[in-house]
Design a protein around this ligand. Structure first.
Ligand SMILES: *[C@@H]1O[C@H](CO)[C@@H](O)[C@H](O)[C@H]1NC(C)=O
Ligand SMILES: *[C@@H]1O[C@H](CO)[C@@H](O)[C@H](O)[C@H]1NC(C)=O
Ligand SMILES: *[C@@H]1O[C@H](CO)[C@@H](O)[C@H](O)[C@H]1NC(C)=O
Ligand SMILES: *[C@@H]1O[C@H](CO)[C@@H](O)[C@H](O)[C@H]1NC(C)=O
Ligand SMILES: *[C@@H]1O[C@H](CO)[C@@H](O)[C@H](O)[C@H]1NC(C)=O
Ligand SMILES: *[C@@H]1O[C@H](CO)[C@@H](O)[C@H](O)[C@H]1NC(C)=O
Ligand SMILES: *[C@@H]1O[C@H](CO)[C@@H](O)[C@H](O)[C@H]1NC(C)=O
Ligand SMILES: *[C@@H]1O[C@H](CO)[C@@H](O)[C@H](O)[C@H]1NC(C)=O
Length: 554
C-alpha cells in the first residue's frame, strides 16, 4: 500500500477545489474539439534521463525546476520503459503499444508499414480538435518516424528541429591539447560554439513562441517538447560543471561486472567507446573498465547536463505561468523512452539492458486543479529557479504513487486526463486495430478524495507488473550487442519487474517470424529488490524449478 506523500502546502484548504474540478473532469463528456474548456497538454520528454533528480531522492543533483514541477504533480516512483533504447521506446509509448506489437526493436522500420497503422498520442489529440506541435526530439528521427516525425498524421504543423543539432556529434569540444574533438565529455563556452547556441536552448525558445501563439487560439493545444540532454555527448554550457566539483563525485556503488551476470545480458556500450576521449583510453572490449578518474568525469558531466536541462524546463514552465496558461495546461514529464542510463553500475554505461538503472524512468503529471490547487490570477506556480542559488532541499514533494507503471500507459492516461475518450483495450494480436491501448489508464491514481488515501481506489503495488524487453545478436557481447538490427536478433530478454523482484529470461527469437521460443531459455536473471536493490546478485539458478518462470510465458 502506497504511503501518502507529504501534503503539498495549502492542500487541505484546497481539497474542495480539487474535488470540484475533478468531478467535472472525470465525469463529464469529452471537452475536446475546440471547446474553450479543454485542457491543453505540454508533454516534456527528456532523452536518457535516469532518476538523477532531487524529486526522486537524489541528494547530489541540482534540479530545482523539475523538483518544483514535482511538488505540484502526481509523481510515479516506479515507472518503467518497455525497451531501453530511443526509437523502440519512443514508438512504443507514443503509439501505446509494446515493442512486440510495433515490431520495432531497432531503428530501421516505420510501424505503419512494418506492423500496423497505429494511432499516436498526438494524432489522437489532433483528431479531437487539438492543435498538435512537436519541438526537438519527440519521435526518433529517421526511418522509424518515416523521416518526418510521423507527419502529417501526428502533427498540425511541421515539427521543429533546432538548427544547432547538427553540431552535436562534430568536433566542437575543446580538449586539453587545445584542439577541437568529438568527445564524450564536452563542456562548452557559449561564445565559442557554432551559432552561439545549443539545441535545447533553441527548443525552449521555439516552444515559448508556440505557447505565445496558442494563448489566443480558440483550439486547445498539445505541445510536445523533446530535450536532447543528458543524452551523449555531454555538450553543455561549461559553468554547470561548477555545481559538481570532481572531489564530490562518487563512483557507482557497484562498479564491477557482477560474476553471476549472463554474458548475453551485458551491454558493451560501444557508442561511448567510439568518442575520441574514450577511444584514447584504449579500453579492452567488452569488459575492460574505465579508469576511475574518467568515471568521475563522466558522472560529473552527466549530472551537469541534467542541471542544464533543468534550467530549460524552468524557463519553459515559467513562460507557461507568465502566459497564464498554468491553470489550463496539463504538464506531463518523462524521460523518453530512452529511459535511464547506467553510470558505471555493474561495470556498464549507457542504456541497452533490462536493468532497473536503464528501464526505470521519471514520470509525473501536473493537472491544474487536480494535483495542485488552481493558481489564482497573478499567482506563479513555476517561477524560474536558478540552480546556482537554489535551496531545492526545501521543496516539498507532491503526491507520489508506489505502484509499478509502464510508459506504454502514457497514451490512455493523457487522453483520460484531458477528458477525451480513453481508447479501448487492444485485442491480442492487434495489428489490424488502429486505435487501442496496451497500457492501463492511470486515472484512478488521480482520484484524491481527501488527504487520507482512499485505498479502495488505489492499485496494489504487489499486484502491478512492468514489462521490458531487450534484443541481442549473440550469447556473448560483441560489436552490435547494444543495438542489433532486426535481422541479426537471435535472443530476446523478456523482463518483468514487480515491487519485489526483477526476473528476466533470455530466449531464442526468430526475427523473420517475430517469434520468441520460451522453451529455449539461454540464460536467466532474478534479483530481489529488498536484499539486492542494485541487482548484483543473480539468484536465477538458485530458484530454478520454482513458480517464477511461468509468469513470463505468454
Ligand atoms: C493510416 O491512418 C491514417 C490516419 O488515420 C490515415 O490517414 C491513412 O489513410 C491510414 N493508412 C492506411 C494504409 O490505412
Ligand atoms: C471531435 O471531432 C471528431 C471529428 O469531427 C470526432 O471523431 C471526435 O469524436 C470528436 N471528439 C470529441 C471529444 O468530441
Ligand atoms: C512516408 O513518407 C513518404 C515520403 O514523404 C510518403 O510517400 C509515404 O507515403 C510515407 N509513408 C506512409 C506510410 O505514410
Ligand atoms: C562538496 O562536498 C563538501 C564536503 O561534503 C561540501 O561542503 C560542499 O558543499 C560540496 N560542494 C557542492 C557544490 O555540493
Ligand atoms: C547458472 O547455471 C548455468 C548452467 O548450468 C551456468 O552456465 C551459469 O554460470 C550459472 N549462473 C550462475 C550465476 O551461477
Ligand atoms: C592498448 O592496449 C593494448 C593491450 O590492452 C596494448 O597492447 C596496446 O599497446 C595499447 N595501445 C596503446 C596505443 O596504448
Ligand atoms: C486562467 O487564468 C487567467 C488569468 O487569471 C483567466 O483569464 C482564465 O480564465 C483562467 N482559465 C481557467 C481555465 O481557469
Ligand atoms: C523451441 O525450442 C525448443 C528447445 O530448444 C525446440 O525443441 C523447439 O523446436 C523450438 N521451437 C521452435 C518453434 O523453434
Amino acid at each position: 500500500v502506497s504511503p501518502p506523500g507529504p501534503a503539498p502546502s495549502g492542500a487541505r484548504l484546497a481539497t474542495g477545489l480539487v474535488l470540484g474540478s475533478f468531478c467535472t473532469l472525470l465525469g463529464s463528456v469529452a471537452p475536446g474539439n475546440n471547446s474553450k474548456d479543454a485542457l491543453n497538454v505540454l508533454l516534456i520528454i527528456v532523452d536518457d534521463l535516469r532518476l538523477s533528480l532531487g524529486c526522486y531522492g537524489d541528494k547530489l543533483i541540482r534540479s530545482p525546476n523539475i523538483d518544483q514541477l514535482a511538488s505540484h504533480s502526481l509523481l510515479f516512483q516506479n515507472a518503467f520503459a518497455q525497451q531501453a533504447v530511443c526509437a523502440p521506446s519512443r514508438v512504443s509509448f507514443l503509439t501505446g503499444r509494446r515493442p512486440d506489437t510495433t515490431r520495432l526493436y531497432d531503428f530501421n522500420s516505420y510501424w505503419r508499414v512494418q506492423a500496423g497503422n497505429f494511432s499516436t498520442i498526438p494524432q489522437y489529440f489532433k483528431e479531437n480538435g487539438y492543435v498538435t506541435m512537436s519541438v526537438g526530439k519527440v519521435f526518433h528521427p529517421g526511418i522509424s518516424s518515416n523521416h518526418s516525425d510521423d507527419s502529417p498524421y501526428s502533427w498540425s504543423v511541421l515539427p521543429y528541429h533546432p538548427s544547432s543539432e547538427k553540431y552535436e556529434n562534430t568536433k566542437t569540444c575543446k580538449g586539453p591539447d587545445g584542439e577541437l574533438h568529438a568527445n564524450l565529455i564536452c563542456p562548452v563556452d557559449m561564445a565559442d560554439i557554432p551559432e552561439g547556441t545549443l539545441p535545447d536552448k533553441q527548443s525552449t525558445k521555439k516552444a515559448i513562441q508556440l505557447l505565445e501563439k496558442m494563448k489566443t487560439s480558440s483550439s486547445p493545444f498539445f505541445l510536445a517538447v523533446g530535450y536532447h540532454k543528458p543524452h551523449i555527448p555531454f555538450r553543455y554550457p561549461k559553468e554547470f560543471q561548477k555545481l559538481y566539483p570532481l572531489e564530490n563525485i562518487t563512483l557507482a556503488p557497484d562498479p564491477q561486472v557482477p560474476p553471476g551476470l549472463p554474458p548475453v545480458a551485458y551491454n558493451p556500450w560501444m557508442d561511448i567507446r567510439q568518442r575520441e576521449d574514450v577511444e584514447a583510453l584504449n579500453l579492452s572490449v567488452p569488459y575492460g573498465s574505465i579508469p576511475v578518474d574518467f568515471q568521475r568525469k563522466i558522472r560529473q558531466s552527466y549530472f551537469a547536463s541534467v542541471s542544464y536541462m533543468d534550467t530549460q524546463v524552468g524557463h519553459l514552465l515559467s513562460a507557461l505561468d507568465d502566459l497564464q496558461l498554468a491553470n489550463s495546461t496539463i504538464v506531463a514529464f518523462t524521460s523518453d523512452h530512452e529511459p535511464g542510463w547506467a553510470l558505471g553500475e555493474h561495470g556498464e554505461w549507457a542504456k541497452y539492458s533490462n536493468f532497473d538503472v536503464t528501464t526505470h524512468v521519471p514520470l509525473m503529471f501536473y493537472v491544474p486543479g487536480r494535483t495542485a490547487p488552481l493558481p489564482e490570477a497573478g499567482e506563479k506556480l513555476f517561477p524560474y529557479i536558478d540552480p546556482f542559488d537554489s535551496i531545492s532541499e526545501l521543496m516539498e514533494p507532491g503526491r507520489q504513487v508506489q505502484d509499478l507503471v509502464e510508459l506504454v500507459s502514457l497514451f490512455p492516461t493523457l487522453a483520460g486526463l484531458a477528458g477525451l475518450h480513453v481508447p479501448p483495450r487492444c485485442p491480442s494480436p492487434s495489428f489490424h486495430v488502429e486505435l487501442c491501448r496496451e497500457g492501463h489508464s492511470l486515472l484512478n491514481h488521480f482520484q484524491f478524495h481527501d488527504l487520507e488515501e482512499d485505498l479502495t481506489l488505489r492499485g496494489n503495488p504487489r499486484e502491478s507488473i512492468a514489462y521490458s524487453q531487450y534484443p541481442r545478436p549473440a550469447d556473448y557481447p560483441q560489436w552490435n550487442s547494444d543495438k542489433p538490427s532486426l535481422k541479426d536478433i537471435k535472443f530476446m530478454g523478456y523482463s518483468i519487474r514487480t515491487i519485489d523482484y526483477r526476473y528476466t529470461v533470455w530466449v531464442s527469437f526468430n526475427p523473420h517470424e517475430f517469434l520468441a521460443n520460451f522453451s529455449d531459455v539461454h540464460a536467466g536473471e532474478l534479483y530481489f529488490v529488498d536484499s539486492d536493490p542494485l541487482q548484483d546478485y543473480n539468484m536465477y539458478n538458485e530458484t530454478q524449478g520454482g513458480d517464477l518462470p511461468q509468469l513470463l510465458t505468454p
